[in-house]
Design a protein around this ligand. Structure first.
Ligand code: GLN
Length: 478
């Protein structure tokens, strides 16, 4: 049988029925990576030994007709900001060259405990800073749906690997849009869990109050399956929530009829590509047809989201990245004195965008500017959160664009950081507010570029959010 392109459900059923083995599944994905990823650049490291050992273990269980765990034999890829014991972890940066962590991130170990086969580590923007993957210090990732286009960022490798059938599912991270935007650009599903829903233990931090780990998959059901595995309290991350994890997968069977869908006016103004607007209008019409109640809502502080995000994210990054000094992790530059070693390591190890953000963040936190920038940004963050809470008093989920444009060309925005930051216009407010969301494919442009739609849900209401996401997905297939 054709085993490339299967969903989690499809692959698991095939393994359980003896039509495929986990070993064959892993081998065929590796073969495809070898033959096609030279063009796409989605993988930075392959972890063949670990993957094949796990596949053999799953096949052994299947041979003995033992009950298979939920991700048994599913080939997955991991964004290179998440740690895998013994495997190179670069975060897309030269400064971490040679760093091999001694432990697994919690999300990674939970995947493996559920039977997943870890294929390797995926390319990303350096320290997850970017919207195009062009900030990777290694090589840019290309969009498998259009090779002259970016796959989005920072989880571009994670989105491209799913779109190109190099993996059945991947993990990405989203600080200001980095799961949702590349999912939209590559035509796959990406889920942003509520802040605290998934442990950040073993995630190389960019902005700790915003960073989230989540799945990229071929279907909403697959995303629900992966999320259910990785979600939940972790004693190693004090910010992980102890709230019980819902059964997201069986929740998908509940009807969406009667759910209230909010359309935030501020997300449909000037600058939104008309083809994206048209596709989302189609989504809204489809949701009405299945009995959802659609009403306009307002999120009045939306215009402050980008500047607020870029103050808070850079401030936190400047602090988090101070640990990379040539002493503890990875690369160390040759130098005569300690301070020269620090300076040279950071100068040679960090790329231009990372340096820009360290400078911006250090400035925003410095005495004299702290109140004007950082404190003010935190106050506005509260206003942005209140906007969502007020909207969610009226509606169950929100529908919005993910990005103002479809995937842009490589090199198109690299000279203008502000243009690049504006890519995040529809994604960063949800990041600042901590709510959950997803990007779901909802058509293509006349040039064949994927379009995604964003479904945003209340804090810890992934269940309802995923249900609506699945209704959107079904609408595409009818
Ligand atoms: N594009 C945004 C940034 O550059 C978001 C990145 C992310 O979510 N990791 O900060």
């Amino acid at each position: 049988m054709e085993i490339l392109g299967l969903t989690i459900d499809g692959a698991r059923t095939a393994i359980a029925a003896g039509e495929a083995t986990a070993t064959a599944l892993a081998e065929s994905h590796y073969a495809r990576i070898e033959s096609h990823d030279t063009q796409i650049n989605s993988f930075l490291t392959i972890s063949r030994e670990r993957a094949m050992a796990q596949a053999a273990k799953i096949d052994g269980m299947a041979a003995k007709a033992e009950a298979l765990p939920v991700l048994a034999g599913i080939p997955v890829g991991i964004k290179d900001v998440l740690l895998m014991r013994g495997a190179s972890a670069t975060a897309g940066s030269l400064i971490l060259r040679g760093y091999h962590p001694p432990y697994d991130a919690t999300a990674v170990s939970r995947l493996e405990a559920a039977g997943a086969v870890l294929l390797g580590k995926l390319n990303c923007d350096e320290f997850a800073m970017g919207s195009s993957n062009e900030n990777s210090a290694y090589r840019p990732v290309l969009n498998p749906r259009a090779l002259d286009r970016v796959p989005g960022g920072s989880s571009g490798g994670s989105a491209a690997a799913v779109a190109a059938n190099f993996a059945v599912a991947t993990l990405g991270t989203d600080t200001g849009g980095s799961i949702r935007q590349p999912a939209a650009f590559c035509g796959v599903v990406g889920v942003l869990p509520t802040y605290g829903r998934v442990s950040r233990y073993g995630l190389i931090a960019f902005a700790s109050s915003l960073d989230r780990v989540g799945p990229l998959t071929k279907s909403v059901k697959d995303a629900a399956t992966v999320l259910q595995v990785i979600a939940g309290k972790d004693v190693m991350d004090a910010t992980s929530s102890g709230r019980p994890v819902e059964d997201y997968v069986s929740g998908l069977a509940k009807p969406v009829e009667g759910l209230r869908i909010g359309i935030p006016e501020e997300y449909f103004g000037e600058g939104l590509d008309p083809e994206i607007r048209g596709a989302i209008d189609g989504v809204i019409a489809g949701l009405k047809m299945v009995g959802c109640v659609v009403k306009p809502v307002n999120l009045p502080h939306t215009k402050y989201a980008i500047p607020t995000y870029y103050v808070i994210a850079t401030a936190e990054a400047s602090s988090n990245l101070s640990r990379f000094d040539g002493v503890r992790f990875g690369f160390r530059a040759e130098a005569k004195t300690l301070s020269e070693m620090y300076r040279k390591t950071r100068d040679e190890g960090f790329g231009a965008e990372v340096k820009r953000r360290i400078l911006l963040g250090t400035y925003a936190l410095s005495a004299g500017y702290y109140d004007a920038y950082y404190r003010k940004a935190q106050q506005v963050r509260t206003l942005l959160t209140r906007d969502f809470l007020a909207a969610f008093a009226e509606v169950d989920v929100l529908i919005a664009p993910v990005t103002p444009t479809p995937a842009f060309k490589l090199g198109e925005k690299t000279d203008d950081p502000v243009q690049m930051y504006l890519e995040d216009i529809y994604s960063v407010a949800a990041s600042l507010a901590g709510i959950c969301g997803a990007s779901v494919p909802c058509g293509t442009t006349k040039d064949g570029l994927p379009i995604g739609v964003q479904v945003l849900g209340k804090h810890f209401d992934e269940g309802t959010m995923l249900r609506v996401a699945q209704a959107v997905e079904k609408g595409q297939n009818t």
